[in-house]
Design a protein around this ligand. Structure first.
Ligand code: UDP
Length: 342
């Protein structure tokens, strides 16, 4: 019998890649998603990739009764992987309450219902933003967290604290929080990838949209940071590597291999690349000239963020394998495919 897993936000960017990886590893997946920042036809693409259509139920996690009803009639989930959240940093600064309401009320409703129906395993989609401007590099899980500068980031930090408190109170409950560095790339099939609504905030979709002609030019936010070329350094990780890590973390939960019932792990490659290095690699890999201009710093950006990725390697037997070239190539293939369809 296949193990049943509930994936919230499974139609989204990281969620959809994880659903593919779960199906390929023989799990039975049910997605709940409110489609606020994703499309239902992702389900068909997942079927095209894996040959199996995941179950799908439209559900807004702010509606607790709806979650309750779903869990009442769909029994037997062994774990929840929780991706569903708003994620636009700038929007969260403009509208903090919307972010706290969605990301935290959604989490609390989900946990209350999971407790009621005895679903005791959770994987949480967290972010390296909880480290703020790190005191030391590479960033290990032992680094202190700091209050993130955006309500989005803070919603991730507070969510981790809520999950930790529940793990302290309930020994039956087990959770792993995965702190992502900078996920980019798309599935090798070219069938799923990142689809930002409106003007992208993140570097990679901004680059590919500029190269395809949707944006006039990329603004490089500052070249006066204390880094090798003055532009900020980040740890970019292929979304397929990230997806595989979720399956490994799930196995750790289901096999009861955890050392404590709340664990935190970084998901990164351990390598840092500057914005200019990413641009240069994009130009080399795709043979496209990118129109860009150096402008002033973006508020809230820190000079360097890259992971100490050893803990996940040791505990999950997982290591990010795909190179920056592969990440960029797959992002570009995806961008070209999407624009043809729209
Ligand atoms: N960045 C940039 N121009 C853009 C978007 C991002 O120069 O249009 C830079 C940003 O300053 C940061 C890096 O690219 O140094 C990665 O930013 P992103 O928003 O993708 O991720 P973050 O690390 O901020 O979560």
């Amino acid at each position: 019998m296949k193990k049943k897993i509930l994936v919230t936000g499974g139609c989204g960017y990281i969620g959809s890649h994880t659903v593919v990886s779960l199906i390929e590893n023989n799990f039975e997946v049910t997605i709940i998603d409110d489609l606020s920042n994703s499309q239902e036809d992702v389900i068909d693409s997942i079927k095209e990739i894996t040959g199996i259509k995941p179950n799908f139920l439209k559900c807004d996690l702010k509606n607790k009764d709806h979650i309750d009803n779903i869990l009442k009639y769909h029994k037997g989930f062994e774990a929840i992987i929780h991706f569903a959240a708003h994620k636009a940093v700038g929007e969260s600064v403009q509208n903090p309450l919307m972010y706290y309401q969605n990301n935290l009320t959604g989490l609390i409703n989900l946990l209350v219902c999971a407790q009621k129906y005895n679903i005791n395993n959770l994987i949480f989609s967290s972010s390296a933003t909880v480290y703020g401007n790190p005191e030391s590099l590479p960033i290990s899980e032992k680094n202190k967290t700091q209050r993130p500068s955006s309500p989005y980031g803070n919603s991730k930090k507070v969510a981790e604290e809520i999950i930790e408190d529940l793990a302290t109170a309930s020994k039956d409950f087990s959770a792993i929080s995965l702190r992502y560095f900078n996920p980019i790339g798309a599935h090798k099939s070219g069938l799923i990838g990142e689809l930002p609504t409106g003007i992208p905030n993140n570097l990679m979709p901004y680059i590919t949209q500029t190269a395809i002609g949707l944006r006039e030019k990329l603004m490089v936010f500052g070249n006066d940071y204390p880094t090798k070329d003055g532009t900020p350094i980040r740890d970019y990780i292929h979304v397929e590597d990230l997806a595989d890590a979720h399956v490994k973390a799930l196995s750790r939960l289901l096999n009861k291999s955890q050392e404590t019932n709340f664990e935190i792990m970084n998901l990164g490659t351990g390598n840092g690349f500057s914005v200019l290095e990413v641009i240069k690699t994009f130009e080399e890999v795709t043979q496209q000239k990118l129109n860009y201009e150096i402008t002033q710093r973006r508020s809230g950006d820190v000079p360097k963020l890259y992971a100490d990725a050893k803990l996940a390697e040791e505990k999950l037997n997982w290591k990010a394998e795909r190179t920056l070239n592969e990440m960029i190539k797959s992002s570009w293939i995806w961008e070209q495919k999407v624009r043809k369809q729209l």
